[in-house]
Design a protein around this ligand. Structure first.
Ligand code: AMP
Length: 417
């Protein structure tokens, strides 16, 4: 199928051509005609499949005729995270370039005043995270009676993040005559329930996940101890041709610590996690896109679904506790036909998680031997109890945690040998 066969407007076609897209992706080929027929749609697809254009392209054409009233948006797209909401908003700007549609992005952490001003003028497309939307609704800044198209994107992620009650509340505020599109990578029972309740005679379309990461991402596993991770990371940053990289950690607190450590060592590194103020998150992401920052140390929530082109490496500083997260993490590299390299640092405590990952990716990873596997980044000096020069109160960093042992010694677990 060609884009020309989809009956999109000449303005939308022009914008698509400028993006360099040649043919619709499978989810686009299936979803666009259904959205054009004003059908409710359940789309089983994850990020990377082109699903955003699958709903934004026909929405832009559908909305191009009318005009928004004050405080009454004409369409609503719900996204689980601020970053995904911002990405969808960018897509609207790109694909809607030759239309005169107005949009507002309503996400937590950004100034409410600006968002309310835009809403007051009237917007065609409102892209929001559930919490902030309900907040503004509660203050009477917004009315949902004129919503003609509702998109619930990344429904499974919404479920993981506990947003389903918020979604239910929001949907109950929108007239049932709307068209509803729901996208989810998986169909958990709770999401199935949501579709029966809120979609009317929906048509289901599904696509296999985007090219399996195994095809475009080379994966490596290194055995280490938690104290050896910094030295290992630095060794790899020196030996690999790292243009830029996502470095994933499991805990937000550690994200800050490792980002600071790398900064101190002179790397252009910065942290990205859900506890940071939104303005800082946006600024950091932009710097990463513009190559001002080359190492983005982050948590899963902040990085989920981010589509940044040309990322050469992913480092799993911590083994993710969820096998799907591993696939998402390494999928940040090897995008758009490029290849990427993904490294994972495993300790003896990760056996269970590694097994789940192997099951998910349908292969086992061989252990790569490195010089610094079990070495602290600063070698321990022998203790000199009488020396006056010896510092007694060192600032704790994760690289410098005293003189206790590093590595497993004889204790290396069999699965890592
Ligand atoms: P998404 O799954 O919506 O996050 O899209 C993933 C990536 O695919 C984005 O970088 C889009 O710009 C790109 N994309 C979307 N549709 C097409 C297409 N028809 N051809 C080529 N790339 C596309």
């Amino acid at each position: 199928m060609k884009f020309e066969d989809l009956g999109l407007s000449p303005e939308t076609m022009k914008a698509i051509k400028e993006c360099g897209y040649e043919t619709p992706t499978p989810i686009q080929a299936q979803a666009i005609p259904l959205v054009q027929m004003t059908r409710d749609v359940i789309g089983l697809a994850q990020t990377g499949t082109g699903k955003t254009a699958g709903f934004t392209l026909p929405m832009i054409d559908a909305l191009s005729g009318g005009r928004a009233k004050m405080r009454m948006p004409r369409s609503l797209i719900l996204e689980p995270t601020r970053e995904l909401a911002a990405q969808v908003a960018e897509n609207f700007d790109t694909y809607g370039k030759y239309h005169n549609l107005s949009k507002a992005l309503l996400v937590g952490g950004e100034s409410m005043g600006e968002q309310v001003k835009l809403l007051e003028k009237g917007v065609d497309v409102l892209i929001a995270t559930p919490g902030r939307l309900l907040d503004l609704f509660g203050r009477g800044s917004i009315l949902l009676n004129d919503i003609k198209i509702l998109v619930i994107d990344e429904a499974d992620r919404m479920l993981d993040m506990g947003f389903i009650p918020d979604i239910e509340k929001i949907v109950s505020l929108i007239p049932p005559t709307r068209q509803t599109l729901l996208f989810s990578a998986t169909m958990a029972p709770e999401i199935k329930k949501l579709t029966t309740k809120f979609l009317s005679n929906p048509k289901e379309v599904s696509v296999a996940p985007a090219a399996s990461p195994a095809e475009t991402v080379e994966q490596f596993l290194v055995e280490t101890s938690s104290k050896g991770k910094n030295a290992l990371l630095e060794e790899l940053l020196g030996s690999e041709e790292v243009k830029n990289a996502f470095i994933f950690l499991n805990r937000k607190r550690d994200v800050d610590i490792v980002a600071k450590y790398l900064e101190k060592k002179g790397y252009a590194a910065a942290a990205l996690h859900g506890d940071m103020p939104q303005a800082k998150r946006t600024e950091t992401l932009q710097k990463f896109k513009d190559d001002g920052i080359t190492l983005l140390v982050c948590s899963d929530v902040a990085a989920r679904g981010l589509d940044i082109k040309g990322v050469s490496h992913v480092f799993n500083y911590d083994v993710p506790m969820n096998a799907d997260d591993y696939v998402h993490r390494i999928g940040r590299t090897g995008r758009a036909g490029k290849t990427g390299r993904a490294w994972m640092f495993a300790t003896k405590y990760d056996e269970k998680f590694l097994e789940a990952i192997y099951e998910r990716i349908k292969r086992r990873l061989e252990v790569t031997n490195m010089q610094n596997n079990f070495v602290q980044d600063k070698p321990n000096k022998p203790k000199k109890p009488s020396s006056k020069k010896q510092k007694s109160s060192k600032k704790p960093t994760i690289s410098d945690d005293g003189d206790d042992i590093v590595g497993f010694g004889e204790d290396i677990p069999s699965f890592l040998r």
